[in-house]
Design a protein around this ligand. Structure first.
Ligand code: KIV
Ligand code: ZN
Length: 524
């Protein structure tokens, strides 16, 4: 099944979402799934349906919504997992069950506590059961790169015989290096007699920073599906980054003569969407999607660029959806220019109301800030997207700060449309602000992370704040952006609380965990 077409299998919503603090709610997952479908991703792994009701619901809704891409759900090698996955996937135009079991000596002995022959039987049973429900079945050997070769060949052969049409070889712990991993894939091609009946897939984690290199090396050895995530999010050091794989294939056809179905001009849009939703900021020097990926600052580079762009640019910003900035924005810019700027920055259609809100916020910012940079507009729109639909809305904040104390915060919120107000003291202005929030929205969640990032240079820069809260072992991330750091902090905390409310609603009997106290505040 070689050929030059490589399938892009996106697991942002499953392996990506599994990483601490990266959880997304249903609405957010649907937004990401639609963006992935529009970008031309071949397979969307929408979740792990048995893992939670939230995952089940998300896979079900994505299966009902997405038409062009295959929608996939993960299942362990157990009938109840596979049945649950199918229950969610059966609505899909193109469903796929992805079932897996560990095959390395270490995992079989300590994690599964199963003998190799029992594991091999489980491969046969699980794939057979999945294939009875769904025509498209993928089988993965977890910890494949540390599996004994002969046993791996035998398991792959059994999985194909039982009906799997995709065989995924994961480097689960990011241990492999490119030459070794390519050799493993070549050995599977050479030693599994029925391998021509399946597409070989790879799934590389990034613990040694080799996830993308290992995936590309595997293509040259015969793999034709790559599993990856937007911005490389995922467990520990993450997964191979989709944007890096796709752009490497596009930029180096001489060394990597393969095609994908991805519209690369949608890459920035997807990257920003995932970053805004998860709160995982992309590092500035990140390949392809980092803020500096196409910036040229040194004099020598700028001189070269002016003479011929190819001197320092191996791919164009336009090819990933960045349009060379032609519009300088300021307080005199109108709606049409603002709309054009959003397009330039890779934001899809916002919808009339959202566009109007964003324009109003842009005007407010332009009144307060001398220069409005592209980064400011990105922060502003990201902030608006991540707060849309929040039950607890920020209204106003007045803070007394400084060395003479006490520091005081006067906070006004709207909770389910009802205005509430409180004053609070604290050990510093941030503490006072968060104490005020705790008074209006009593909760027991613990603050795990408070992080401030300046969007641009200058003392009038907008602040982007990330807050992580933990409740009963579950973490949520919240973000807020504003020219005032304390307002951004309050918005980030509230955003995290809103996400906690959604989580509680999902787990509470009857679906309503958040009740209203007499003061009109939401309580735990
Ligand atoms: O990393 C891994 O091995 C996985 C499998 C479930 C495919 O995520
Ligand atoms: Zn993984």
């Amino acid at each position: 099944m070689a050929g030059d077409r490589v399938w892009i299998f996106d697991t942002t919503l499953r392996d990506g979402e599994q990483s601490p603090g990266c959880s997304m709610n249903l609405e957010e997952k649907l937004k990401v799934a639609k963006a992935l479908e529009e970008m031309g991703v071949d397979v969307i792994e929408a979740g792990f349906p048995i893992a939670s009701n939230g995952d089940f619901e998300a896979v079900t809704e994505i299966a009902k919504t997405v038409k062009a891409s295959v929608v996939c759900g993960l299942a362990r090698a157990a009938r109840k997992d596979i049945d649950r996955a199918w229950e969610a996937l059966r609505h899909a135009a193109r469903p796929r069950i992805h079932t897996f079991i560990s095959t390395s000596p270490l995992h079989m002995k300590y994690k599964l506590q199963m003998a190799p022959e029992a594991v091999r039987q489980a491969v046969v049973d699980s794939v057979t059961h999945a294939r009875n429900l769904c025509e498209d079945v993928e089988w993965s050997c977890e910890d494949g790169s540390r599996t004994e070769r002969e046993f791996l060949y035998a398991c792959v052969e059994s999985a194909i015989k039982a009906g799997a049409s995709t065989i995924n070889i994961p480097d689960t712990v990011g241990y492999a290096e490119p030459e070794e991993f390519a050799d493993l894939i070549a050995a599977v091609v050479a030693n599994v007699p029925n391998i021509d009946k399946a597409r070989i897939s790879v799934h590389c984690h990034n613990d040694l920073g080799l996830g993308v290199a290992n995936s590309l090396a595997a293509l040259n050895a015969g793999a034709r599906q790559v599993e990856c995530t937007i911005n490389g999010i995922g467990e520990r050091a993450g997964n191979a980054a989709l944007e890096e794989i796709v752009m490497a294939l596009r930029t180096r056809p001489d060394r990597l003569p393969y095609k994908t179905g991805v519209d690369t001009t949608q890459i920035m849009r997807c990257s920003r969407l995932v970053s805004a939703i998860t709160g995982f900021q992309v590092q500035p020097n990140k390949a392809i999607v980092g803020a500096n990926a196409f910036a040229h600052e040194s004099g020598i580079h700028q001189d070269g660029m002016l003479k011929n762009k190819q001197t320092y640019e191996i791919m164009t910003p336009e090819s990933v959806g960045l349009v060379r900035s032609t519009l300088v924005m300021g307080k005199h810019s109108g709606r049409a220019a603002f709309k054009a700027k959003l397009k330039e920055l890779g934001f899809g259609e916002l919808g009339e109301n959202a566009l109007e809100d964003a324009f109003k916020r842009f005007k407010d910012l332009a009144d307060r800030k001398k220069d409005v940079f592209d980064e400011d507009i990105v922060a502003l729109v990201d902030d608006q997207m991540s707060h849309a639909g929040d039950r607890i809305q920020f209204v106003a904040l007045q803070v007394v700060a400084g060395s003479k104390g006490p520091q005081l915060a006067d906070l006004e919120l709207e909770i389910d449309g009802r205005p509430v107000n409180v004053q609070s003291r604290g050990n510093g202005p941030v503490d006072a602000t968060f104490a005020a929030i705790r008074k209006l929205v009593p909760h027991t969640a613990k603050l795990q992370l408070y992080q401030v990032h300046a969007v641009t240079a200058g003392t009038d820069a907008q602040a982007e704040v990330s807050v992580r809260l933990e409740e009963n072992g579950k973490t949520v991330n919240g973000q807020g952006a504003d020219a005032d750091t304390l307002v951004a902090s309050a918005k980030a905390y509230l955003n995290a609380l809103n996400k906690l409310l959604i989580k509680r609603e999902k787990t509470a009997p009857g679906g309503h965990a958040a009740d209203m106290s007499t003061s009109g505040a939401l309580s735990a």
